[in-house]
Design a protein around this ligand. Sequence first.
Ligand SMILES: Cc1cc2nc3c(=O)[nH]c(=O)nc-3n(C[C@H](O)[C@H](O)[C@H](O)COP(=O)(O)OP(=O)(O)OC[C@H]3O[C@@H](n4cnc5c(N)ncnc54)[C@H](O)[C@@H]3O)c2cc1C
Length: 378
Amino acid sequence: MRDFGGIVELRPARVVRPGSAREVAAAVREAAARGLEVVPRGLGHSAHGQSLTTGISLDLRGLAGVGEVGARHAAVGAGTSWREVLAATLPLGLTPPVLTDHLDVTVGGTISAGGIGGTSHLYGTQAENVLALDVVADGEPVACSPGVRPELFDAVRAGLGRHGVITGATLRLVPAPRRVLSCTIPCRDAADLLRVQREVRAEHISGQVKPSEDGWRFEAKAVLYRAGAAPPAGTARTEDLAYPEFTDRLRPDVEELIALGEWARPHPWGMVFLPASRAAAVIEATLAEMTPADLGLGVILIKALRVGHVPMLAVPDDPVLFGVLRTASPGCAPVAEMLAANRRLLDRALGIGGSRYPVDAVPATGQGPRGWAPKPRS
Ligand SMILES: Cc1cc2nc3c(=O)[nH]c(=O)nc-3n(C[C@H](O)[C@H](O)[C@H](O)COP(=O)(O)OP(=O)(O)OC[C@H]3O[C@@H](n4cnc5c(N)ncnc54)[C@H](O)[C@@H]3O)c2cc1C
């Protein structure tokens, strides 16, 4: 079995697709009795084998589904994708405050990673916008929230499934805008892009670095949810979009990458959090060592955000997410070279007080591709 990263391949002893929290608990107890690791899996979009195991693989897609949707919350199964959440909430004019760029990942999977989106400068991570969780811990189904078993609630959010299996979540919802104005702002360099992200007042803001004939090109995207709002200074292009279309904006690119066979290639992704005060220097130093061949048909993301109370997500003060999302496309650098470049990036990040995202992604110098030792689970 592989994940999206396509670098680690592990054959599970057994795949279980539980249909209830009780069946999850039974599988966890079976694993404990047989001395096997048990690893939850959502849609398998992890990049470094985090959702793989040689023990029992728990396919949480058996727990997909949206239950009650209230004026400010939705109760969903852990295996529900964010696309499925939106399909239930948008007709009621509601949306989760933070959405991942790609909607075909599960609620349980991204809460277990953290879950960062273009609104994370305002709302933090998806893990912070969960009101309560149903979890299987110590082989038993239990509920937790900030007020009930808060230590478990804090251990499973951004915990990558190591401290319990999330079976359901009560998600916070906010009113969804009907239309948005997406404004593209070309930037001079990394420092300018970070300045724009800090200064521009936009509900959704992101940054990318793209290869061009003149070297790396920096671009911020500020998306305004306010009807009739004026584009920010420096805007070169605007696009007026219906909110549902905006949330699913990656779909055409994903479909093209699937058609080209690029979606199935190895993805040696390197993602780190950098302290904002030193971020531009690390980003520029990383890009100075790179050519487009070191990225393949990949993407470079820069996103300043704020992270609230998520103890498992170690981030520096005033964090900036820097993601070098490489694809080992034909004719590009081989996987081993891309992994080595990720290690250099991680070493640089750690050297200035940064960290990795998700917490155990990007193997550090001296670690194998699955850069963490399996730990006892739930
Ligand atoms: C194309 C693409 C776009 C992405 N965009 C974003 C983005 O915008 N923002 C962002 O933050 N991340 C993004 N990611 C990373 C993504 O958040 C993680 O890969 C996430 O874990 C994927 O969810 P999944 O359902 O595929 O989880 P999986 O890969 O199946 O699992 C990920 C981890 O969570 C654990 N896990 C899964 N389900 C549960 C559960 N129910 N209970 C406990 N542990 C569980 C697994 O054991 C594993 O450790 C993206 C990844 C891809 C491939």
